[in-house]
Design a protein around this ligand. Sequence first.
Ligand SMILES: [Zn+2]
Length: 276
Amino acid sequence: MKEKPPGPRMETKAEVQPEPSEAIELEPGIYQLRSEKPGSHIYLIKGDTKNVLIDTGVAAKFTVLKRRLTELSMRVRDINLIILTHEHYDHIGATAFFHRTAVVAAHRLAANKLELQDEFVTFRRYRDQSSKPFWVDVWLEDGSIIDLGNYELQVIHTPGHTSGCICLYEPRAGLLFTGDTVFAGGTLSEIAVGGNVSDYVNSVRRLSNLKIKQLYPGHGRVSSTPDEDLPKAIVYAQTMLDDCKTFFEAFIKTRKLQDKLGSAFGYWTESQDYKK
Ligand SMILES: [Zn+2]
């Protein structure tokens, strides 16, 4: 039996920032709870039997989140399931406030980092001081299905931005919740700790094979043109890969030049020492 993490601390008045966010109904029973940075957008899905939050934003904005839920005639304990798109502080921060009554799910590569409180990867303590630890009840895999009756969420593992990134695909309505994997216009995130470019290329290619009508990202605007966005995202991901190659080719050339110059002046460079 795991010991329950300590309860989250409510934010002080000084920590509560003015918040321009609002709840927008995107599809019947699906709401976007908008947030400016810091803090990701949060999506609420009112399922036939379960209510789901996709991401929880930062802990410091929990009061705002609670207010948005109240506006939709919901309480914190009405949320049954929280699905985290990845392990970053701005998507997970308020999760502990729901943990007494909601099940928490994330991809296993994100879940491992969250449970071990890998602050180097999550930035939780560094960037979101009031965030509290929690454990992940359900460790998701690529292909997992969450059946809410009126909606079905398919888990697509999309490593790249981080190793634990997932997108959630609703095939009947053609909806894709992307977290930080891809934004409107085909923009991609940075390669954060634990991520890599080549996985990012593959992940975006996989997404482009889906029939998507609406793209719901973790930041910025939603997009009704994923058919245009995803090809752009593939080009952008491939460009990142090519830029890496160019960078390392230039780096190697510089090292070779350094070696030559070092020899010419009679120095034993570090790389020559390796050849012994
Ligand atoms: Zn992120």
